[in-house]
Design a protein. Structure first.
Ligand SMILES: [Zn+2]
Ligand SMILES: [Zn+2]
Length: 440
């Protein structure tokens, strides 16, 4: 086992250049949620080359469970862009309706447990910094897809997943059971995981590992093994519709959607009280009206609720919907609320976290292991973690420390790429530790 590990680590060290070039390729062709056509195509190709069975598109996404999907026109536009940037038509044909997920299956054909690794692959919507001191700009791999930028590190996650799949396939003879490499679209806005869970991708998984690169004050070599405290969240898009009229001549004939939305916004922010724990609400966007002298007939809001538990979040969401509808009644306008994203609360299994810790102690790049950190944010990986745990499996969320050029989601975000190989090593050695524990 010791020789096997040493060889494994040596090979992963040698893969650093490949990890970096994969990450930079995904970075340059950044694609946001449900439009990861090129990204998914490249991932599928790589996994096939490695020798894995590959499933893509509607084979791994339940299209009725997709949340916050862009318009058909936009999907078509981005599909064309992906084709011009090297995506393969055979894969694009399978990614209907923006179903841009991929799963690689390493089947050892020997009896054993099923392990799954999950990686999110989407970029954010935003304009990347063109400052010459921003490394992607300086070194020529800044996003060329206007309005899309990898500012959360999911370009790194995708690269980690691919090289991990190759490393595991190289030692296939020493493995048992199955390993799934799950590449999930649309994590931003917590939109994608639910559809993979509902397709049954996690149904027979005994162990699930996922995580994120970078965290507050994290340095390269630091690892959090027992992340919990995920806030359950709901994202809602709200549309108010009233009647426009001349603001001077016939204001009594108007139905004011702007006032309905403004009334709702103020009242929504009074909601965050709950005896069982933390609750949050945010009206992030409010756009209304068409002109200075017109009674505004339309308003649009993007809001989100969060809760320490799924129940608290559900309570705040239901109260929020009451306020949204009541405000519509007050101004005699209509209100349409659509679900744009959702995630549950979740926790990492302690026992499995300790196993990751034990395994990571053998990775010389790891200098500090923290056993518990509360994320205080939301992640739709919780759908997958909860699914595995409901089936008596175990799940862990890891955080890999790295220096960052700016905060996550900032347009100057970048990270120390050495973290990519550290993550691959931690994941890979954890698999071997699992086998050791099982006495295989
Ligand atoms: Zn993010
Ligand atoms: Zn992220």
């Amino acid at each position: 086992m010791k020789d096997l590990k040493n060889n494994l680590f040596k090979n992963i060290d040698l893969s650093l250049d490949e990890l970096i070039s994969l990450r930079r390729d995904f970075h340059k062709y950044a694609e946001s949620g449900w439009t990861e056509f090129r990204t998914a195509s490249k991932i599928a190709d790589y996994l096939k080359d490695v020798g894995l069975e590959v499933k893509i598109g509607e084979e791994v996404i339940d299209i009725n469970s997709m949340m916050g999907v862009p318009s058909k026109e936009r999907l078509e536009e981005y599909k064309k862009r992906a084709l011009s940037q090297g995506a393969k038509e055979e894969y694009l044909n399978l990614m209907k309706n923006g179903a841009t997920g991929v799963v690689g299956i390493l089947d050892t054909k020997k009896e054993g447990e099923t392990i799954a690794f999950r990686f999110d692959i989407d970029s954010l919507e935003g304009i990347e910094s063109d400052d010459i001191n921003h490394r992607p700009t300086n070194e020529g791999f800044a996003s060329i897809n206007e309005g899309n930028m990898h500012a959360c590190g999911h370009d790194g996650h995708a690269a980690i997943g691919l090289v991990l799949a190759k490393a595991m396939n190289n030692i296939k003879e020493q493995l048992k059971g199955k390993i799934l490499f799950v590449f999930q679209p649309a994590e931003e806005g917590t939109r994608g995981a639910y559809s993979m869970v509902n397709k049954g991708i996690l149904d027979n998984v005994n162990y699930l590992f996922t995580g994120h690169i970078g965290f507050k004050s994290g340095k390269l070599g630091e690892l959090v093994v027992n992340t919990g405290g995920f806030l359950s969240t709901t994202k809602l898009d709200v549309y108010y519709k009233g009647r426009a009229t001349h603001a001077g001549a016939t204001p009594e004939k108007g139905k004011n959607a702007l006032l309905a939305a403004a009334t709702a916004a103020l009242n929504l922010h009074t909601l965050c009280q709950h005896g069982d724990g933390t609750a949050r609400i945010n009206v992030g966007v409010l756009k209304a009206g068409t002109g200075r002298n017109v009674v505004p007939d339309r308003a649009e809001m993007k809001i989100e609720t969060r809760g320490e538990t799924t129940e608290i979040n559900e309570y705040i969401t239901q109260r929020a919907i009451k306020i949204l509808e009541s405000a519509a009644n007050m101004y005699d306008v209509t209100c349409e609320v659509t679900l744009a994203g959702k995630a549950e609360s979740g926790y990492s299994d302690k026992e499995l976290s300790l196993l990751v810790k034990e395994a990571s102690n053998e990775v010389s790049d790891i200098t500090n292991i923290v056993e518990y950190t509360s994320l205080s944010g939301s992640e739709d990986a919780t759908y997958m973690m909860n699914k595995v745990q409901q089936n008596k499996g175990k799940a862990v969320y890891l955080m890999f420390g790295t220096e960052r050029a700016a905060d996550h989601h900032n347009n100057g975000f970048d990270f120390n790429e050495e973290v990519l190989k550290v993550a691959v090593k931690v994941y890979a050695t954890t698999v071997l530790k699992l086998y050791e524990k099982e006495g295989n």
